[in-house]
Design a protein around this ligand. Structure first.
Ligand code: AMP
Length: 207
């Protein structure tokens, strides 16, 4: 799959958040979109895992929080993310895999100097369980109890996240279809969002 040159040009410098419940396929979509959109990928969980490997108090705290399947507090996440973003050229588009995960992150992302857009992947809970309990990735936080907690947290944070983001910057994609179709619907959503200002009749987006 390819994106039009026009879309690539318009997306230059965008921060593209992609979020969804565990098992929604956001990591896979981030990788695919990164290649199609020539975007850099910043995975929040990878950033956190790197910080968790540090032999200091904050590293231990992040490690324990992730093992329990809970969200790392937004101040820590935003510090790590903002300092990482500083090292990236402002004209480079960046996919933020696993962002935002709570209301504070969503609110603070509205202060980014770059343009932004947010993809929400959704998948029914039973599909998340099925995908992750059968997965070969062998992660401690994919065990049933922890997974259940991660799903519950995701569902409870979602309304606050969505409230903090203007409707026209949100793209909803059904993650319960073939990988290629998910990618296609995200690209179509991106086209709607970034070209909306070109729409002469003020057409509503995100419906
Ligand atoms: P994921 O693989 O995206 O489900 O993330 C694994 C774990 O990393 C989560 O259960 C959280 O502990 C942590 N994490 C990932 N992204 C975030 C975020 N944006 N905010 C807070 N914690 C996060």
């Amino acid at each position: 799959m390819e994106a039009s040159e026009k879309l690539l040009i318009r997306l230059a410098g965008f921060r593209i958040g992609i979020t969804g419940p565990p098992g929604s396929g956001k990591g896979e979509q981030a990788r695919i979109l990164g290649a199609i959109l020539r975007a850099e990928i910043l995975s929040i969980s990878s950033l956190l895992r790197k910080a968790a490997a540090e032999p200091d108090e904050i590293g231990r705290y992040i490690d324990q929080t992730m093992t329990r399947g809970e969200l790392v507090p937004p101040d820590i996440v935003m510090d790590l993310l903002v300092s990482e973003l500083r090292s990236i050229r402002s004209s480079q588009s960046v996919i933020l895999d696993g962002f935002p995960r709570d209301e504070q992150q969503a609110r603070e992302s509205m202060n980014f100097r770059s343009s932004r857009v947010f993809v929400f992947l959704d998948v029914p809970d039973e599909v998340c369980y099925q995908r992750l309990t059968c997965s070969e990735r062998n992660r401690a936080d994919d065990q049933f109890d922890v997974l259940k907690k991660r799903l519950t947290i995701y569902r409870s944070e979602l309304p606050g996240i969505r409230q903090a983001i203007p409707d026209h910057l949100m793209i909803d994609a059904n993650g319960d279809q073939t990988v290629a179709n998910v990618t296609r619907s995200i690209i179509e959503g991106l086209e709607r969002v970034v070209f909306q200002t070109d729409a002469s009749a003020g057409l509503a987006v995100n419906q």
